[in-house]
Design a protein around this ligand. Structure first.
Ligand SMILES: [Zn+2]
Length: 97
């Protein structure tokens, strides 16, 4: 299904998408974001990244649900660097004697 043909009010491109604008960037053109809004988004993002905070735990929890809704409750440890003497080609690992 497509919508009726119309012209974007920002760039005048003819399109058959939903709504008056041809793209996200055109729909955001001329949008003024208040400084207080930017600060609010920034502080919320910082709170989400602060370890031990309620927001951090929630964001980790939701990431785990996305990756594996069945099981994983514990955060996965970051990958360690391979030990010296290990060569990686493609996905194979082997040791040099
Ligand atoms: Zn446009």
């Amino acid at each position: 299904m497509s919508y009726r043909s119309k012209n974007c009010p920002v760039c005048s491109t003819e399109h058959k998408k939903r709504g008056p604008y041809c793209s996200k960037s055109c729909s955001n053109a001329g949008r003024v974001v208040k400084q207080s809004t930017k600060e609010k988004h920034s502080s919320n993002q910082l709170r989400r990244m602060e370890k031990g905070s309620e927001h951090y735990d929630k964001s980790i929890e939701s990431l785990q649900k996305i990756n594996d809704p069945e099981a994983r409750q514990e955060p996965v440890a970051p990958l360690a660097a391979p030990p010296l003497g290990v060569f990686r080609a493609g996905k194979d690992l082997w040791y040099e004697d």
